[in-house]
Design a protein around this ligand. Structure first.
Ligand code: NAD
Length: 428
């Protein structure tokens, strides 16, 4: 598909990164959309606002360093922007654009009243002291202040950002407003307006969707073999929930390497070892394996919970799983999607599988605004219902139209966004 007309002049055709994946996904969904919505489809291929900021901070040694920061609001038709903030040395504008667009679709798939947004700083946070990280976060919060607010755009954690970063962000915004505004970010510490259940919510959503998919395939979770790529917020929680349900987590990969035990790894011990040593290698009762071996492990379920573009034409033919659950955003390239389809591997797409995080972020925001907090049980029961309902709607659309789960999720999400866009009409 030639996307030339959809590429804005500020982008380079050669380095579209994940934005190209997103454009192909929109091309693939177009034939299945309600024809009455087609005049509005181009809206989805153009982010509403993209802000690029310079973030200067004084390093501990006195040097002034500059970092590139972004906040993109892809679409605000259904409500304020919502999406995480990533600190990573490879962050680019096109990556943040794609991540913000996937947030638009995801929020519509689980039907929470948000548009899609995302932010990031091009930085390796591991090279900064805790004080430098705090200054970076505060200056970034201040620079994107013109776009954010509890009724405008609400950030959350993503790769390499956590509850502490959200607390600094909330504090900076509040100081500038002259009042404590907890609802400006989600994923905060529970003692500061955060929500019970938020920490595990994305991994829990991945687990719930996989249980539903397994049920349709007549596959038992107890005894199922699971491999997990990415052992951070999402991957670790998912691994723990699968292990607690009696599955065997046989392989884990993170940026430090891959480990394996065909009888099942002790997920909690692996986490302790990773925290203590900074590496997966040498975790109790595990053997270190090569990256290719990780992808070719014989498993029932593969959870991709690291970065974009991890499942490609190169490794898709190696994968021996029945279900792939996308905990990460954009882990599978469009070319790999076709290979997996041919090999009859069911992919639960990111815009559905990892929507548990934004769902409990929505609960957090509602609790902050109403200043009334719910129990963890209430949160998990509501999360469970939203995820299962969304899964059922996507599954049904995929079966009835005979399309991939990803395309079905995009049909559902895009139609909700475009209906809102159409009803609102154009100003002026
Ligand atoms: P995190 O920083 O907590 O963990 C990231 C993990 O990925 C780490 O274990 C890291 O070692 C691993 N990793 C990084 N590069 C890797 C590589 N090249 N190969 C293998 N592993 C690698 O981040 P997270 O919050 O768990 O986010 C992971 C993914 O899930 C991202 O795509 C993110 O956008 C997505 N996501 C996160 C949330 C959330 O609530 N945190 C919600 C929805 C989607």
């Amino acid at each position: 598909m030639d996307n030339t007309s959809k590429i804005s002049s500020y982008l380079s055709r050669e380095s579209l990164g994940p934005w190209e994946t997103y454009l192909v996904q929109i091309d693939r969904v177009e034939p299945y959309l309600d024809k009455a919505l087609l005049p509005w489809v181009e809206t989805l291929t153009r982010p509403k606002r993209s802000l690029i900021v310079d973030i200067p901070i004084r390093l501990d040694n006195g040097v002034i360093a500059h970092y590139e920061g972004y906040r993109v609001q892809h679409n605000l038709s259904r409500g304020p922007g919502k999406g995480g903030i990533r600190f990573h040395p490879e962050v680019t504008l096109t990556e943040v654009m794609a991540l913000s667009a996937w947030m638009t679709i995801k929020n519509a798939v689980v039907n929470v009243p948000y548009g899609g947004a995302k932010g990031g700083i091009r930085v390796d946070p591991k090279k900064l002291s805790i004080e430098e990280l705090e200054r970076l976060t505060r200056r970034y919060a201040s620079e994107i202040n013109i776009l954010i607010g509890p009724d405008k755009d609400i950030p959350a954690p993503d790769i390499n950002t956590n509850e502490q970063v959200m607390a600094w962000f909330m504090d900076t915004y509040s100081v500038n407003q002259g009042k404590t505004t907890t609802g400006v970010v989600t994923g905060k510490p529970v003692s500061l307006g955060g929500s019970l259940g938020r920490h595990d919510a994305t991994g829990r959503g991945v687990f719930i969707c996989t249980v539903e998919a397994a049920r349709h395939l007549d596959m038992a979770i107890a005894g199922a073999r699971v491999s997990i790529q990415g052992f951070g917020n999402v991957g670790e929680a998912a691994a723990r929930l699968f292990a607690d349900a009696g599955a065997k987590v046989v392989a884990i990969q993170d940026e430090t390497g891959s480990i394996h035990n065909q009888h099942g790894l002790d997920v909690r011990q692996v986490r302790q070892h990773r925290l203590a040593t900074g590496s997966l290698a040498g975790a109790p009762d595990s053997e270190t394996i090569a990256s290719d071996q990780f992808w070719s492990c014989e498993v029932d379920i593969l959870v991709a919970a690291a970065l974009e573009n991890q499942i490609t034409e190169k490794n898709a033919p190696l994968i021996r799983a029945r279900i792939i659950a996308e905990g990460a955003n954009g882990p599978t390239t469009p070319a790999a999607d076709l290979i997996l389809q041919e090999r009859n591997i069911l992919v639960i797409p990111d815009v559905l599988a990892n929507a548990g995080g934004v769902t409990v972020s929505y609960f957090e925001w509602v609790q902050d605004i109403s200043a009334f907090f719910w129990s963890e049980d209430e949160i998990n029961v509501r999360l469970d219902k939203i995820m299962r309902d969304a899964f059922a709607a996507v599954w049904e659309a995929a079966q009835s139209k005979n399309i991939l789960m990803r395309t079905a999720a995009f049909v559902l999400g895009c139609e909700r966004v475009l209906q809102a866009r159409k009803l609102r009409g154009l100003y002026p």
